[in-house]
Design a protein around this ligand. Structure first.
Ligand SMILES: [Zn+2]
Length: 413
């Protein structure tokens, strides 16, 4: 039993838990390959449940496979105060992305439990499901379904590249956890906070330990089909060509003119560009390409995104085009009172901190639709992420656990 209201987390145990988790799906290159709801990902869930059962914490699963590890509160009518992240990784990814936020949240639960602190609200570690979106598209699927952004039916029907559905995999997870209780989708959460590696170099550069995240970029994604006509590359003169490649590259250059801002804040990416039919001596009759546009200001994102179809049409030449916007997400900001609470806790422990903006998506975005939410970042070596070389320091992870533990106590009392 601790006398102080804020017990010290166990940094040694936390690092050991990190090492234990990093073994599940470990790659030769020092990373982790643990795609959503594979055998390895389910094993990671089971290990967490074993640790939870040692404290008599209970475990619930919802219909999309999100796992909730709960430490009971004094008032059973109150919703949980929660923290967490994800156990899945990118293919041959790192051993810190996602799992760090889970282990930090769980360490906070253990610390509070061992200190014998009673809270009014229950405390929870949430393991969102399929955050990375590398096996089942899209990313942050579990939290999207929980928050009502995507339907359960649509999410369960998503297939991986082998035709296995998300729904079948969720059922496998449920079978592996026969003692888990049932959580209703969208059941109230009092508050949610998430720890993540920064995946950038701002903290490493400033030397600060804690990045308090103020908000997340919005994004718009477009599929553009440019339809021309296949033709012989030797015999067809320019005047008779409907060259989809020429039209598509004219479009992408023209878009770059309007989307590359001087401040380098607008993110305009074409990550996929398919030239069809793909014969070396065939004038391409079709090009499909995909635009990922991200920005922090909704009005600008709306305006520039709306100009994409206009610019594409203007540069289509003799080709036809079809444009579909298939994902849209507005920029979001976390509530100021959570941001300042993080800063107060960091100050209390002497952790250097600064406010940061998140240029990547995280589950906290969807959680913020349900309850007050917030995020902290910790430094990430050279900003390297989604890579086996990804690295974070044990001391920084411990600092995050301390911040989360204090925050949970404050929010749940
Ligand atoms: Zn992540």
């Amino acid at each position: 039993m601790s006398n102080t209201p804020y017990p010290e987390i166990n940094s040694k145990r936390l690092w050991q838990r990190h090492l234990d988790m990093a073994r599940i799906g470990a790659t030769d290159g020092g990373g982790v390959h643990r795609l959503a709801l594979t055998e390895e990902d389910i094993e990671a869930h089971l290990l967490l449940v074993r640790w939870a059962e040692a404290h008599d914490f209970t475990t619930d699963l919802d219909a999309i496979g999100i796992m909730f590890i709960r430490r009971a509160g004094k008032d059973v009518s109150l919703p949980p105060v929660a923290s967490g992240s994800h156990t899945d990784t990118q293919p041959f990814g790192g051993r810190f992305d996602g799992i760090t936020g889970v282990l930090v949240a769980f360490e906070a639960l253990e610390t509070i439990q061992e200190a014998g602190i009673e809270t009014r609200h229950p405390l929870e570690t949430i393991i969102w499901n399929n955050e990375e979106g590398s096996r089942f598209i899209p990313a942050c699927m579990g939290s999207a379904v929980y928050a009502g952004v995507e339907t359960l039916k649509a999410a369960r029907a998503r297939e991986d590249k082998d035709g296995v559905t998300m729904g079948a995999c969720v059922d496998t997870l449920k079978k592996a956890l026969p003692r888990a209780g049932v959580r209703e989708l969208g059941a109230p959460i009092a508050s949610f906070i998430e720890t993540h590696i920064e995946q950038g170099i701002k903290l490493e550069t400033s030397g600060n330990t804690i990045g308090v995240v103020t908000g997340m970029q919005g994004y718009r994604r477009f599929e553009i089909q440019v339809i021309g006509e296949d033709a012989h590359s030797g015999t067809t003169p320019r005047a008779r060509r409907k060259d989809a490649f020429v039209a598509a590259t004219d479009m992408t250059h023209a878009l770059r003119e309007i989307l590359w801002d001087d401040k380098d804040e607008m993110r305009y990416t074409i990550g996929r560009f398919d030239v069809l039919p793909g014969g070396i001596s065939v004038v391409p009759g079709q090009v499909n390409f995909y635009i990922d546009l991200r920005y922090h200001d909704k009005d600008t994102l709306d305006d520039l995104g709306d100009r994409i179809p206009v610019v594409c049409k203007a540069h289509a030449g003799p080709c036809q085009i079809k444009i579909a916007e298939f994902i849209t997400q507005d920029p979001m900001n976390f509530p100021e009172n959570i941001i300042t609470s993080f800063e107060e806790v960091a100050d209390r422990h002497g952790f250097g901190h600064e406010r940061l903006y998140s240029y990547a998506g995280h589950d906290a975005r969807h959680a913020a639709r349900l309850c007050p939410a917030g995020m902290i970042f910790i430094p990430c070596w050279k900003g390297i992420s989604h890579n086996e070389a990804e690295r974070a320091e044990p001391g920084d992870i411990a600092a995050a656990a301390q911040v989360i533990s204090d925050m949970l106590i404050d929010q749940a009392k």
